[in-house]
Design a protein around this ligand. Structure first.
Ligand code: SIN
Length: 322
C-alpha cells in the first residue's frame, strides 16, 4: 500500500483532507493519526484569522456547505503548537498553506522550509470562501502560476509542492498545466464547489457568508472527473484525490482515475474513524482485484480493455476477457 507521490513516499495512500480534521488532535481520540499516510492540516495563513460570520455550515443532499473563511491561528502559532503536536505523535504531515496575496504564500512556505515534520506543502489556491473571486487564484492560470512559482522558489527543495485546484473552472487541465510549468510537484484534486443554500423559513441565505464550499458524496463524480482529466494530461505528476470519499470503493475510483493517494474529508464528521476504515477497505478491494500493489492500480481506468485485463491477476484477466 506504499503511496509514491513523486519524491514523497508514504506508507499508505490515505490522508485526511485539509480543513476537516484541524491538525489531527480531535481524530487522535478515535485512532492513532500516525496510522495515516499523512495528516493534511487546515490551511494556515501568515497571520491569525477569524474567518467568516456564523452560521458556517449547512447540510445539503449528500453533502454539506462550509463557509469557514480560512480561520486559523497564523503560521507562528501553528508551528509552535500544531506542528509540534504532530511531531510528538509521529504523524507525517502535509501542511496546507493559504494567503490573501501571492507573496503571503511564499512567506509561509519559507517559514516551513527545513522543518523536519513537513513532508510536503499543499498550496490552497482554491478556497471559495474569500472576499472576492479574484482571490480564488486557481480560477486563473496566470494567478495560479504566480502563486505556485513563488512557493516553489521559497519552499524547501525537499518539500514537494502540491497545488490544490478548484473544479469551478471551464478547463481544469489548463490551470494544472500552468501550475506544472511553474514548478508544482503534484496536485490535490479537488477543493469544494461554490454553492448556496437559502433557508425557506427565514427567507435568507443559510450561511453567514452567503455562499460556501460544497463537499461530500454529492461532488464525488466531479472530483473523479477532474482526477481523470489531469492524470490524462499530466500522467507524470502525482495526484492526491479527494471529494466525497466515504468507503474503500470510493477511494478505489480515484486511484483508478489516476490518484496516487486520497484524502478523506467530510466523511469524518459522521464517522471519525473513516480514514482508517477507508484504508482497510481500499487494501481489501485492491487485493480482491488481484493488484499486487497500490501503484499497479493507479490510472488503470485509462487503459483499454485488454491492457487493463493484463494488469490484473491471471484469474481476473481471464474473467475480464470472457
Ligand atoms: C475555508 O476555510 O473556508 C475552507 C477552506 C477551503 O475550502 O479551501
Amino acid at each position: 500500500m506504499t503511496a509514491r507521490l513523486g519524491s514523497l513516499t508514504l506508507p499508505n495512500p490515505v490522508l485526511t483532507a485539509s480543513g476537516c480534521a484541524a491538525a489531527g488532535r480531535e481524530l487522535h481520540q478515535f485512532f492513532d493519526v500516525a496510522q495515516l499516510g499523512a495528516v493534511v492540516t487546515k490551511s494556515i495563513m501568515r497571520e491569525p484569522r477569524s474567518g467568516r460570520p456564523t452560521p458556517r455550515m449547512a447540510e445539503t443532499p449528500s453533502g454539506m456547505l462550509n463557509s469557514i473563511g480560512l480561520q486559523g491561528p497564523g503560521i507562528e502559532s501553528f508551528i509552535a503548537n500544531d506542528l509540534a503536536w504532530l511531531v510528538a505523535h509521529d504523524a507525517r504531515t502535509v501542511v496546507s498553506i493559504a494567503g490573501s496575496h501571492t507573496d503571503d504564500f511564499a512567506e509561509v512556505a519559507r517559514m516551513l522550509a527545513g522543518h523536519p515534520a513537513v513532508a510536503a506543502l499543499e498550496v490552497n489556491i482554491s478556497c471559495p470562501n474569500v472576499e472576492s473571486r479574484g482571490q480564488v487564484f486557481a480560477c486563473d492560470a496566470i494567478a495560479s502560476s504566480r502563486v505556485i512559482g513563488g512557493v516553489r522558489r521559497a519552499a524547501d527543495p525537499a518539500q514537494p509542492v502540491f497545488a490544490k485546484l478548484t473544479p469551478d473552472v471551464t478547463d481544469i487541465v489548463l490551470i494544472a498545466r500552468a501550475c506544472a510549468d511553474a514548478g508544482a510537484d503534484g496536485f490535490s484534486l479537488i477543493n469544494t464547489l461554490l454553492g448556496m443554500v437559502i433557508d425557506t423559513d427565514t427567507l435568507a441565505p443559510a450561511l453567514g457568508g452567503v455562499t460556501g464550499g460544497l463537499s461530500g458524496p454529492a461532488i464525488r463524480p466531479v472530483a473523479v472527473r477532474c482526477v481523470w482529466q489531469v492524470h490524462r494530461a499530466l500522467p507524470h505528476l502525482p495526484i492526491i484525490g479527494m471529494g466525497g470519499i466515504r468507503s474503500g470503493l470510493d477511494a478505489l475510483q480515484f486511484v483508478l482515475a489516476g490518484a496516487a493517494a486520497v484524502s478523506v474529508g467530510t466523511a469524518v464528521f459522521g464517522d471519525p474513524t473513516a480514514p482508517v476504515r477507508v484504508l482497510d477497505e481500499l487494501t481489501a478491494a485492491l487485493a480482491e482485484r488481484g493488484f499486487a500493489s497500490l501503484a499497479d492500480a493507479v490510472g488503470i481506468a485509462h487503459l483499454d480493455g485488454p491492457a487493463r485485463a493484463l494488469r490484473l491477476e491471471p484469474a481476473a484477466a481471464e474473467a475480464a476477457a470472457s
